[in-house]
Design a protein around this ligand. Sequence first.
Ligand SMILES: [Ca+2]
Length: 141
Amino acid sequence: MRTPRRIAVFLSALAVASASSAVVASSAQAAAACYAGELCVYQHSNYTGSVFKVPADSRGWLCDMDLRNNTFYNGEPMDNKASSIKNNTGKAVDLYLDPATNGIDIDYIISWQQSVPNMATVVPSGSFAGGNLDNQLSGIC
Ligand SMILES: [Ca+2]
């Protein structure tokens, strides 16, 4: 009589698996996952819309000082279009509101593993003081 019991256990495990994949599917529509070690820039607030995961540069840093030649994964340009950021790295991240090819004009720093769900609520420093970071990001490192 062990077989029916095993089948029952298998079926209930399958039901749980189906239920959780349904949850994954609906949250995937809302937001792309940002895994440990990744630095993820989202098109819309609360980590929704398309995403750009900052790739490592030649030094191994997750860094792109000029986002004018980058797109979100849906193909839309990302310069001045980011509205939330997840920093799942162990390092602080510098945000630049101008393409920072000289690397000196840091406008905001997010701490290690700090995320920014709505960049409209974040006030930058420096020459952009008084505005906010929404749809302003042009470099990240
Ligand atoms: Ca770039």
